[in-house]
Design a protein around this ligand. Structure first.
Ligand code: ZN
Ligand code: ZN
Length: 636
């Protein structure tokens, strides 16, 4: 006799499990019809135990479990997949049903028979091994291609997990040549019909395959998958934006382990966490593994502090260095292409009172507001305005200091609008293409703008972070106007993000790479400029260790939102509920959201101890209004 735990599947997946006795041997991940009240409902088996294991627990339970004599089950998710889901549920301290909503795309439930393997299982699997691949896009894609050739010869398939559709489309294009017939890409952007056809192909193709997938499409109907590659592992897109907050990289690693598949992790610069694990021997370098990122461009670090720019005494705050101006001129006369990177939207990231130093903030959410120039293409947009980048609130910029009533409000830092204005003033007939959330709000608009810029030699693409994942082809000249303001963000990953961004842009440049800064002594900038990833990692890992940040600890961020007194009281209750584990409490970087206050609490657990069963159980029992992030992207 067995006890099975199931999760009902209606239009959505439930989060509560139901338990039943049954004499049947039902595999994990199977679909079953179970009685609930007076109806029979579909459910998925998330755990099974022999009765002997659970008897003591059953006796103390205050509900009576139903016994089902005849239970028909159909295969759905594989037991290996379900074990990975269980581990993910423990790791992120989230209920198993909510993990299923993130790891099994909704569309797959429409074709349950399509995700069950049909082809026979191969006789052997490779041993569980983990490898790291660090190199630029072309180096990685040729590494993956030779890996695929080997695997195809052994009659095995390869899965390539990607963070975004754009990343997948690009890598797919680099790899598919010669094996188009056996290469597919599953993601949320494909039509229902294409999803059904692709699943059918994966299920019935006798030849081994390369399957690209985003996080929710790893439930695949094949048993010959012996390799999982996590591509662009330092890229954005692996963490879910909604509850439960999980990370597909963690899930994929559990899945590789449970299915005895080899794991490869690749990027231009791997995460600090991954590189640390490699130094501990958890990962093996897969050649060519590059500690130095190469570029043919001539690189220059330009010190922009005022006293270093004596050639321009009239301008106390210079935006473009003489070298930058020369390169812009060359780009135009030689019909080259140029990218100018801006860190911030708007005119400047902050507006400050010149008399009392008060920072101008949003009236709704208290975040610093950003001054914007009116956009010519937006109708009715004629005067400068303040925009809150946190909550979207907008108001006219014609105001005095809210503290001392002074008119002396001035901007601090350099935003993209300011750079655009400067370029147009200095080079009157310049062809400028702009990418930021205001000018190109959609993916389509971003792609169209990049295509127009490519088609116009001698033109300049000026953009924020938003353009980065869409840039793949080499470009003559790259200029970074300034990313100094990023250093002041209270984010333990910021240095890594800066180096990642610079490394990506540097590998695109073929002729000139210019980095302007008022912080020329930041070692990070020097290492990034030279592509010296080894020294950057040594420096950064020492800092992470000193402050006990990941990977030396696992951080668990607990967030409460609401009326100030109420959330303070709730956090105190959480502190006593979770004792003896200590919660450090700190107000959010932005104090209020939608008129509510936000309070964060932080637990820090030694990495080798996580997941701690007693803490996981308590965290899983927290009510849904408590937002829980294990391994958060930032502490902000
Ligand atoms: Zn003031
Ligand atoms: Zn706001």
């Amino acid at each position: 006799m067995n006890v099975i735990e199931v999760i009902p599947i209606a239009r959505t997946i439930g989060t509560e499990t139901l338990s039943y006795f049954t004499g049947e041997n039902i595999p994990l991940g199977a679909l079953v019809k179970v009685p609930l009240r007076k109806k029979k409902i579909n459910a998925i088996v998330v755990a099974t135990h022999p009765v002997s294991d659970v008897k003591s627990h059953v006796k103390t339970a205050d509900f009576s479990m139903r016994k089902i004599d005849e239970l028909t089950s159909t295969k759905f998710l594989s037991p290996e997949f379900m074990k990975a889901v269980q581990k993910t549920s423990t790791y992120f301290a989230a209920p198993i049903g909510s993990i299923l909503t993130q790891t099994v795309a909704g569309g797959l439930f429409s074709y349950p028979d399509k995700i069950v393997p049909k082809l026979p299982q191969p006789s052997t699997y490779s041993p569980m091994d983990r490898f790291v691949v660090q190199g630029d896009d072309l180096e990685r894609s040729s590494h993956h291609k030779s890996l695929i050739r080997q695997e195809f010869a052994r009659k095995r398939s390869v899965v390539i997990l990607v963070p975004t559709v754009e990343d997948g489309t690009y890598m797919h294009k680099l790899i598919e040549k010669g094996i188009e017939e056996y290469t597919v890409f599953l993601h949320a952007g494909i039509t229902k019909k294409a999803l059904k056809e692709t699943l059918h192909k994966i299920q019935n193709e006798p030849h081994p395959m390369v399957i690209f997938a985003t996080g929710p499409f790893l439930a695949l109907p094949r048993t010959d998958i012996a390799t999982i590659i996590i591509e662009r592992e330092n890229g954005k897109g692996y963490r879910t934006p909604k509850r439960p907050y999980i990370d597909y990289r963690v899930f994929a690693e559990f899945l590789a382990f449970e299915s005895n598949a080899r794991l490869y992790v690749g990027d231009i610069l791997l995460r600090t966490e991954t590189l640390e694990r490699q130094s501990r021997g958890e990962f093996v370098e897969s050649p060519p593994f590059k500690w130095r990122s190469l570029s043919t461009a001539e690189d220059s670090l330009i010190d922009m502090r005022p006293d270093r720019n004596r050639d321009a005494p009239l301008e106390k705050f210079r935006i473009l260095s003489p070298l930058a101006e020369t390169v812009i001129q060359t780009t135009r006369t030689q019909s080259e292409h140029m990218i100018i990177y801006a860190t911030r939207r708007g005119v400047a990231p902050m507006t400050v009172c010149g008399d009392c130093q008060n920072i101008v903030t949003c009236r709704k959410c208290s975040a610093p507001v950003v001054l914007h120039e009116p956009k010519a293409q937006v109708q009715g947009d004629s005067v400068p305005f303040f925009l809150c980048h946190r909550c979207g609130d907008r108001r006219g910029a014609d105001e005095t200091c809210s503290v001392c009533d002074s008119w002396k409000l001035g901007t601090v830092g350099i935003g993209i609008d300011l750079i655009a204005k400067k370029l147009r003033d200095k080079f009157t007939d310049i062809k400028l293409y702009i990418i930021d959330a205001d000018t190109t709000p959609t993916e389509k608009a971003v792609k169209e703008t990049i295509a127009k810029w490519r088609a116009a030699p001698g033109s300049i693409l000026l953009g924020t972070d938003m353009m980065l994942s869409y840039l793949h082809e080499p470009v003559h000249n790259v200029l970074i106007v300034s990313l100094d303001s990023l250093f002041s963000l209270p984010d333990f990953r910021i240095q890594e993000k800066i180096v990642y961004t610079l490394t990506k842009l540097r590998t695109l440049a073929t002729s000139t790479f210019i980095l302007q800064t008022r912080k020329p002594h930041e070692k990070v900038l020097e290492y990034a400029l030279k592509g010296n990833l080894a020294d950057f990692h040594r420096l950064h890992i020492a800092e992470r260790k000193q402050f006990n940040y990941p990977p030396f600890s696992v951080l668990i961020k607990i967030t409460l939102e609401g009326k100030r007194d109420q959330i303070v009281k709730e956090m105190e209750e959480l502190q006593s509920f979770l004792a003896p584990f200590e919660i450090e409490v700190f107000p959010a970087f932005t104090h209020t959201v939608r008129g509510n206050h936000v309070l964060h609490g932080l637990l820090r657990i030694p990495r080798e101890q996580w997941p701690l069963p007693e803490l996981v159980t308590k965290l899983q029992s927290l009510p849904p209004y408590v937002a829980l992030r294990v391994d958060p992207e930032s502490l902000l």
